[in-house]
Write a protein that binds this ligand. Structure first.
Ligand code: IMP
Length: 423
């Protein structure tokens, strides 16, 4: 027997079907929440690997709309274990506020929330630095990134500098918490001029300690492994999206974390061989917040039509999103990087009224080239079966499927939970 054949036989996994990731394919805001919400019911663990409060999803709790940034949307399902991985950067006051909001709505999560001890903390100082560096960039030739000003970049920068404060600080005595902040203040002073309010930062951590100390877990990878060995299922909720990835995105107009499925696995400390499926989520058109290239950005008139129909305003910042058309090479790129096994194409109904839908197929001289797809000019709102879709809508979706080699299996046709085609 060849050695390679031996390796293959010895490696075949008996664990199929236990880990699924949901990953954005564009620049975020694809509407990952709905598929996560539907899938979460059938999973035991909901996990986030990377990013911070720059993410934002709107969730209706007890009839009221709330925007969550750190608590994964799947956490709303009672009894599910929730894990925040080492790759995250966590702003504790935001997390506590979200937990309290949930508590007020009768959803308790403290007893099922596990925060990796290695996750880094976003301090108030990081928010200040984020705002300041954006201001400075505005004046530079590169221009502002258009960050969410949630301190994400500065927190990851401190992590890379190896001076960051991690969640395990909450397990320390109040005196040691203060020392940790003081040490951080000294270290950061040697690289950047910053005013760190040691007393205020310490106070924040001590307040968070009271609520969250017992949630800090020393071995999230071990806990995940145990759950998987007990045949539990893990749903990974991606944050941001592929084109915002620090390595594979449209640098420098990206976020500061790895937003791909590989990044999520790394952030959780979950071995890649557990992954069974990866659902790529893309809107039926495309949006972007912040600066950076957007080849298929629509002109103002068409852009505002998409914005109004799609309600394209940032959940985290309220900023109007830049709107445009699909760019198939980008979807293909995202599908390749993440190994998407299925597409979830969201918000198809937003395109209902358009006579012609441009779809980006390439680039020439820095400009997108388009194929014009016929629109369907009839309502797909709330449609729940493939057969009931107009032929032109089917053709539009089949084009995505053919060009990317990934089946379009889940199609969003409205904001409601049930407004989805499972094909
Ligand atoms: P940061 O992540 O706040 O540093 O922002 C960097 C870039 O990523 C900016 O263009 C943000 O608008 C964008 N971004 C970060 N998180 C999200 C998200 O969840 N949805 C959409 N865009 C995001």
């Amino acid at each position: 027997m060849s050695l390679w054949y031996e390796v293959i036989v010895a490696s075949s996994s008996p664990n199929l079907g236990q880990v699924c990731a949901v990953i954005g394919a564009q620049w975020g805001d694809e509407g990952k929440g709905k598929i996560v919400d539907r899938l979460a019911e059938e999973f035991d663990v909901i996990a986030r690997g990377c990013g911070g409060a720059n993410a934002g999803h709107t969730i209706v709790v007890a009839g009221q709309k709330h925007v969550f940034h750190l608590v994964p949307s799947g956490a709303l399902h009672a009894g599910k274990t929730v894990m925040l991985g080492a790759g995250m950067v966590i702003h504790l006051p935001t997390l506590m506020e979200e937990i309290k909001t949930l508590q007020q709505a009768g959803v308790t999560i403290l007893d099922r929330l596990f925060i990796s001890k290695s996750a880094h903390l976003v301090l108030e100082a990081h928010l200040t630095i984020d705002a300041r560096s954006e201001e400075q960039r505005t004046k530079s030739s590169s221009g502002a990134i258009g960050t969410t000003k949630r301190g994400i970049g500065p927190a990851y920068a401190d992590k890379a500098r190896r001076i960051g404060i991690r969640a395990d600080v909450l397990q320390q005595s109040p005196a040691d918490v203060k020392t940790a902040v003081q040490t951080y203040a000294e270290l950061i002073a040697s690289v950047e001029p910053n005013e760190i309010d040691v007393a205020a930062e310490t106070n924040n951590l001590l307040i968070a300690k009271k609520m969250l100390e017992t949630c800090v877990h020393n071995d999230v990878p071990g806990l995940l492994h145990k759950k998987l060995q007990a045949k539990q299922r893990v749903l990974i909720e991606g944050a941001q999206a592929t084109l915002l990835d620090i390595d594979h995105g449209t640098y420098p107009f990206v976020t500061s974390s790895a937003t791909t499925v590989a990044g999520a696995l790394q952030g959780l400390g979950l071995a890649p061989r557990w992954l069974h499926s990866c659902i790529g989520v893309a809107k039926a058109y495309c949006t972007r917040v912040g600066g950076g290239r957007f080849l298929t950005e629509a002109d103002e008139k068409q852009g505002s039509t998409l914005r109004e129909r799609g309600g394209e305003y940032g959940a985290t910042t309220g900023r109007p999103r830049r709107c445009g058309w699909l760019h198939l090479p980008d979807l293909h790129y995202a599908a390749r990087i993440n190994g998407f096994t299925r597409w979830n194409i969201t918000k198809l109904d937003v395109l209902d009224a358009l006579p012609i839908i441009p779809i980006g197929i390439g680039e020439r001289g820095g400009k997108a080239t388009y194929k014009e797809m016929p629109g369907w000019r009839s309502s797909t709102a709330g449609v729940q079966s493939w057969e009931k879709l107009p032929k032109a809508a089917q053709q539009y979706l089949l084009t995505i499927e053919q060009e990317t080699g990934v089946p379009v299996s889940y199609i969003g046709t409205g904001p409601g939970r049930e407004d989805m085609i499972v094909r």
